[in-house]
Design a binder for this molecule. Structure first.
Ligand SMILES: [Mg+2]
Length: 367
């Protein structure tokens, strides 16, 4: 089977309200969409959103340019038989650019799985489960408004919620965590993400301030390369530390392990550059006994479905995922958006990633 054509799109879907974090604000989902077409007419799709400025060097325009002008011409006409070979070929064409590679690799998995008549979860060696719970995520907000938003999520059925802090006002941030715990009561898990917002001394103060809040883990309290700071915060023994911005590559995760810097690692299919790197990181975490959390907080149902297939393929991945991006959007790219309403996600039946791109929606949101 040969790749006979590749179509590259840029889409923009407005966010409901805005989605605020320490390193920037999302007012719209800006995504790259890839359609991979084989010479026997099978189509695979992939999406990669543009991350926030402080999270990744890739922008929607750089992603489009690399996809359209570098990967597209180099991949058209090549054989698509082995996914490992496809992955190696992309590494050879251009290093870096994990978000772009993730969109291509997702499309290749979708295409190959459809050709073989199986789901991506099966292609990855699963499924080990057919359902996961979700963590309801909300952006930076005031302590007063946070309570209301969290109560809404808990009422819908969410048993885990996640808030964002990491601002310059650490005492207000502490108040946000305390308000969040008060709003959700004692029986709901609380995750807190700082998006690299603190210096190590400020993070120490925040950890002391939230010590009584029973936080499941504190995500990326300090900047990506501050492994020493992560290790110091972890050694306080107050709250488990999770690496997100510090864990893009397999080598990053190896460094986290070597330095005893974290208790858990966050995977997003885009950040790690696709399924193969995700699998390598999962296996490394399994060997080092690190928890693995999966999920992207802002994406359409295409990327969320791609992550759902991964979540159902590996037992090491935590059974509470964070692929709740579609809930923050005013529209979607598929006619049957994934159902996040009750705080859980069910692996869809069907081949490939189990969802399809809507022509009408693609046209509506293309830019
Ligand atoms: Mg994060």
């Amino acid at each position: 089977m040969k790749i006979s054509n590749i179509e590259v799109f840029k889409v923009s879907i407005p966010v409901k309200g805005d989605y605020r974090m320490a390193t920037g604000v999302h007012t719209a989902l800006e995504s790259l969409v890839i359609r991979l077409i084989s010479d026997d007419g099978i189509v695979g799709i992939g999406e990669a959103h543009q991350g926030i400025a402080g999270y990744t060097y890739e922008t929607i325009d750089s992603m489009y340019a690399v996809a359209q002008h570098t990967f597209r011409p180099a991949l058209i006409g090549t054989d698509l038989v082995s996914i490992e070979e496809f992955h190696s070929r992309m590494e050879f064409i251009r290093i870096g650019n994990p978000f772009v590679k993730s969109a291509f690799e997702t499309a290749a998995y979708d295409l190959l799985a459809k050709q073989r008549g199986i789901s991506i979860a099966e292609m990855l060696g699963g499924p080990v489960r057919n359902q996961i719970q979700l963590s309801g995520g909300i952006g930076i907000d005031t302590p007063e408004r946070l309570g209301g938003k969290l109560t809404e999520l808990v009422d819908k059925g969410y048993k885990t919620v996640k808030i964002k802090i990491g601002t310059n006002d650490i005492h207000n941030d502490i108040a946000c965590v305390i308000a969040a715990r008060k709003a959700i009561g004692d029986n709901v898990n609380l995750r807190v993400d700082c998006n690299s917002g603190y210096t190590t001394p400020d993070a120490v103060t925040v950890i002391r301030g939230i010590a009584e809040c029973n936080v499941e883990h504190l995500e990326q309290p300090v900047s990506a390369l501050n492994f020493r700071g992560l290790r110091k915060l972890r050694s306080m023994g107050v709250v488990p530390i999770l690496a997100d911005e510090s864990a893009f590559t397999v080598a990053d995760v190896m460094r986290c392990i070597e330095q005893d810097a974290v208790d858990a690692v966050k995977i997003k299919i885009t950040k790690v550059g696709g399924y193969i790197n995700a699998r390598r990181i999962i296996e490394l975490c399994q060997a080092a006994d690190l928890k693995v959390i999966l999920g992207q907080g802002l994406c359409s149902s295409i990327e969320a479905s791609a992550e759902m297939q991964l979540a159902c393929a590996f037992a090491q991945i935590d059974s509470v995922g964070e692929m709740v991006g579609p809930a923050k959007l005013s529209g979607d790219l598929t006619d049957s958006p994934i159902d996040l309403s009750e705080g859980k996600l069910i692996l869809p039946p069907g081949f490939g990633m189990g969802t399809t791109l809507s022509e009408a929606k693609l046209k509506q949101y293309s830019v």
